[in-house]
Ligand binder design. Structure first.
Ligand SMILES: [Zn+2]
Length: 277
């Protein structure tokens, strides 16, 4: 049973129908003095038939929250290398504005993978009432630069931002890892909440997809890096996820499967739900 790490045990459609969930959750609900919670959206069961998460205030915790999704790379990058190779300041040095990304041996590109999962994730989150912004509007354009990708979340004062990638590592390596920021200046205040976000996303992705932790990077599915502009320049809680290794045949098959990508998207949504609870 894929499952939602945040799903309340025993909360199947019948239990929700019988209002059992509310009784159980009342204890950890929100405080009275906040603004009235946004009206719980009417949400339909997810593709796996699971009922959407609920909180004491009725709807999912992501309801009314601002979430930025960054699908890595872009489809037009390969044909505009002069543009994407331009150096930009990433908080502790200069790096290329953007990169082409990797692909599977069968030619399935990372940018297309990221675009697909990002849109699936956005659909689930919007159904749960979240205000979702993607950092690019299609899979045929160029960039944006890593600086702009961070700036989009900062401008929106996002409650959380997630950058979606798939790795291009040695074919023997497999599994996923979540990348968290380290303090490099303007991002100092978001390092701690980003670690909470990282753990929530790691746990939900692991239980929701069954994909193992990376065998070649990080520890227990978590890594910390100071060389990514999207983490260094963020002033909102942010993580990157390498959803699997496109160079590994087993991972490549999983990443190339639409039902698997749907599970990945739903698991990421569950991770955000758990973090924002
Ligand atoms: Zn990437």
């Amino acid at each position: 049973m894929g499952g939602w790490a945040v799903r309340v045990r025993g909360c199947g459609p019948a239990a929700v129908g019988a209002g059992l969930c509310f009784a159980m959750l009342a204890a950890c609900g929100g405080s009275a003095d906040r603004d009235p919670p946004p009206r719980a959206p009417r949400v339909s069961p997810t593709a796996t038939g699971e009922s959407p998460p609920t909180t004491a205030t009725g709807g999912p915790a992501v309801n009314g929250k601002v979430i930025v999704i960054d699908p890595g790379h872009n489809g037009g990058n390969a044909d505009h290398t002069e543009q994407i190779n331009k150096k930009v300041f990433v908080g502790n040095g200069y790096k290329a504005c953007n990169t082409v990304g990797t692909n599977t041996r069968d030619g399935y590109s990372e940018h297309a993978f990221a675009w697909d999962v990002a849109n699936r994730l956005a659909r689930v989150l919007r159904e749960w009432g979240a205000k979702v912004t993607l950092t690019r509007k299609d899979d045929t354009g160029v960039g944006p630069c890593v600086t702009e990708r961070a700036a989009i979340g900062n401008r929106l004062h996002a409650d959380a931002a997630v950058s979606i990638h798939a790795d291009g590592a040695e074919p023997s390596g497999h599994g996923f890892h979540v990348i968290e920021p380290v303090a490099v200046g303007k991002n100092a205040s978001i390092v701690e909440p980003s670690r909470k976000l990282g753990t929530a996303v790691r746990d939900a992705y692991r239980s929701g997809t069954g994909i193992p932790y990376s065998t070649y990077r990080g520890r227990d599915g978590l890594d910390r890096r100071s060389d990514l502009g999207g983490l260094n320049l963020s002033t909102v809680p942010v993580v990157f996820i390498e959803c699997g290794n496109m160079q590994n045949p087993g991972d490549a098959a999983t990443l190339s499967s639409a039902p698997s990508r749907q599970r990945m998207a739903e698991s990421l949504a569950a991770g955000l739900e758990s973090y924002l609870r």
